[in-house]
Design a protein around this ligand. Structure first.
Ligand SMILES: [Mg+2]
Length: 224
């Protein structure tokens, strides 16, 4: 019997990819730059390189943000100019924030306690859930920045279960990433639900339930 559901946020409840895409395209256009698929692809390539340098400890978070901007605009910018460019993007990204159309009704319908476990920043996810009018669904909102560990580490899932004062066998985890979310949750002893919105060809590993929309969720949880 399930007593609680823990949720991933990005690309599970919050349409991160779609919101980011809209925000970037509007920002490029507002900056007088080409605003198309090639520009998006270049931004993501530059961002990934900067992210690797951040992960390797070669950049601070502020330096990482500025490095993406400077490489992308391809001209010298002061720190203040680079930060302002990024802030203008953040404003357009925030204006484009949206939840998936099936999220609010799924959250409303579930007769379980609910919480969030995200590999993101607590401040970002608190802000997003509040802006989307969904924060009230969750008893706890836990992110890797304050937990000190991240999915798929079982410690992250177990910390979230402890916050709910429930054993993992009484908790389900719903997330869009097979390895980070579903396999991680299963390894920690939770009921793992993999939200595969794209309908990939990857076989479903044993011990994991796969859904393609959140409307399928309650039937799966009832069967756990
Ligand atoms: Mg996700």
């Amino acid at each position: 019997m399930i007593e609680a559901v823990l949720w991933d946020v990005d690309d599970t409840i919050f349409d991160f990819t779609g919101s980011e895409r809209t925000g970037l395209l509007r920002h490029f256009e507002a900056e007088g730059m080409p605003s198309d698929e090639a520009a998006l692809e270049r931004w993501h390539r530059i961002a990934e390189t900067a992210r690797r340098r951040l992960a390797a400890g070669r950049l601070t978070y502020d330096e990482y943000r500025r490095a993406r901007v400077r490489t992308f605009v391809d001209r010298p910018l002061t720190d203040i100019e680079a930060d302002a460019w990024h802030d203008r993007y953040e404003a357009l990204f925030a204006a484009a924030w949206s939840a998936f159309p099936d999220a609010a009704s799924a959250l409303d319908a579930l007769p379980y306690r609910q919480g969030i476990l995200s590999n993101s920043s607590t401040v970002h996810q608190e802000r997003r859930m509040a802006a989307l009018g969904l924060r009230h669904h969750f008893e706890v909102l836990l992110c890797s920045d304050r937990l000190g560990c991240a999915k798929p580490d079982p410690k992250a899932f177990l910390a979230a279960c402890a916050a709910l004062e429930l054993p993992p066998a009484r908790v389900a985890y719903v997330g869009d990433k097979l390895d980070v979310d579903a396999v991680g949750a299963r390894s920690a002893g939770l009921h793992a639900i993999w939200l595969d919105r794209a309908g990939t060809a990857t076989p479903t590993p044993s011990g994991i339930r796969r859904i393609s929309t959140l409307t399928e969720l309650s039937a799966h949880l009832a069967a756990c």
